[in-house]
Design a protein around this ligand. Sequence first.
Ligand SMILES: [Zn+2]
Length: 212
Amino acid sequence: MAVYPASVCDTVLEIYTDQNLTNRIYINDDFNGLTFSRVEAQFTRNTSYYIKLRTFQTTHNLRTRIFIRDVSMATQSWHWVNSNKRVAWAGRTVYNNELNSAISKLNNYKPQLIQPSIGTETKITNIIDRHIDSGWAGLATSNGEIVLSTIVMPTLNNNQRTNIIAHEFGHILGMEHNEVYDLMWSAAANYLSSWSLSRNDKKTIDYLLNVY
Ligand SMILES: [Zn+2]
């Protein structure tokens, strides 16, 4: 669940477990460097939570809107995960350091989730560079290919390139774009300077590996 107001003033959003507002479990002032506030959290079913929304400066009037939305996992109709619940990859890219960093990020959560192919798997994800400018830096296809653009990738920094490759592996794992500021946010790869797996990323990976 995400709770976030869009505001015309500098808001602070707090979540409490008690109506006396003594036990605060979440607080956010400026989300992503903006004056609006956003809290993304996992809540327990049939449990009451208390939301306090205020201005940052106590002399200001509160003028805002509040949205509460479920932003849980989004999944695709296809994936390229093998029966041993691993992704085997082959191919090559000039962005080899970033490829290794991206794989490490995912494997830090699930050891050996992404492995080099030994050649006998039924599904092998092929990494390939293409001199193509269609606006995207990376693309994952339903037949198990990760294409990296040698025109767009050089315009990004190392972190962004790593995020692009990890994001494409997210598609290979069966993850779809979502609106959480995490691995599968459609713009994450372009705009997040650094990034680690969110709770939603992890929940989605767990769910998918369970149903495959
Ligand atoms: Zn994508």
